[in-house]
Design a protein around this ligand. Structure first.
Ligand code: SAH
Length: 270
């Protein structure tokens, strides 16, 4: 295994900068910045949409970094096989335990600090804002992206890998789920969002969904922006927003509303 800057190098630090790749791979924790390690058959899928806008700017600025481990490089034989037919029969292919082991070991050797190891999987615990907040407090995360029918079960047991799901649906691979989770986590890192307040007030951070937002034009298709928002009275605006957040949460997400009520009572009891 070399760190030669080829497309198929096992360990590639993806940062849209002009720095030599060797420098990045030899010191993957350049600024001790938050690191997403991706074990995937499709490293070229990264940074993908994470390279755009705020997450892209933060990646360029070194506020976080991305390391991909190409599963193909750990494949067996001339054809670098990574998968085989399921034991017991059935459709599809399963990623091999020994191939995954080599890639996972390599990634974990490169991980610095507290870095959870997770497998993106529809069987996993549903990803949410609390998990994003938790990961943002750590030094990064190692993500195993499955493909085909998934991974050999023994790998999950052996490495004690936590399974995390994007939701109750089945994707063809873990890469899109990984990008969604990295996006949600990275935007919570200090300095990534321009306005420090925007992460504090938005949906889920208070336990409520966010109030409605409006901008110009003031009148559109016969619909006006609520008067209070144009009143300049900040106390009234804050109160209106709080009421709307409560109303929307109650109507759209009774489960969140119930949890919010319980939390409030709990806090008052303390
Ligand atoms: N046979 C599996 C699905 C495999 S889908 C099953 O029935 O459970 C192929 C890969 O896509 C999985 O290995 C996983 O890494 C990824 N994936 C699919 N759905 C996902 C979801 N909801 N959340 C996160 N990853 C998912």
């Amino acid at each position: 295994m070399t760190d030669k800057p080829s497309r198929s190098a096992g360990r590639i630090a993806v940062r849209p900068t002009l720095k030599p790749r060797e420098l990045m791979t030899d010191t993957p924790d350049i600024a001790g910045s938050w690191t997403a390690q991706l074990i995937t058959l499709f490293p070229q899928a990264f940074p993908g949409v994470l390279g755009e806008s705020l997450t892209g700017k933060a990646l360029q600025d070194g506020l976080w970094q991305l390391q991909t481990y190409n599963l193909r490089d750990y494949g067996i034989g001339k054809h670098r096989n990574v998968d085989d037919t399921p034991a017991g029969g059935g459709a599809g292919m399963v990623l091999r335990a020994d191939v995954l082991e080599a890639a996972i070991m390599d990634a974990r050797r490169g991980a610095k600090g507290i870095v959870p190891l997770v497998y993106l999987s529809p069987r996993g615990k549903r990803f949410d804002q609390a998990m994003a907040r938790n990961w943002a407090r750590m030094d990064g995360v190692t993500m195993l992206c499955g493909r085909f029918e998934g991974v050999d079960e023994r790998v999950l047991e052996h490495f004690n890998i936590q399974e995390v799901s994007l939701g109750d649906f089945v994707l063809t691979g873990g890469e899109i789920a990984a990008q969604a989770m990295i996006d949600a986590t990275v935007r919570l890192l200090p300095g990534v969002l321009g306005n420090a307040e925007s992460a504090v007030e938005e949906s889920f951070s208070t336990g409520l969904l966010e109030h409605p937002q409006y901008t110009k034009p003031a009148d559109w298709q016969g619909r006006a922006i609520p008067d209070v928002l144009l009143s300049g009275n900040h106390a009234k605006i804050a109160e209106w927003r709080r009421q709307m957040a409560e109303k929307i949460t109650r109507e759209k997400r009774p489960d969140l509303w119930a949890a919010f009520g319980e939390n409030k009572t709990h806090k008052q009891d303390q």
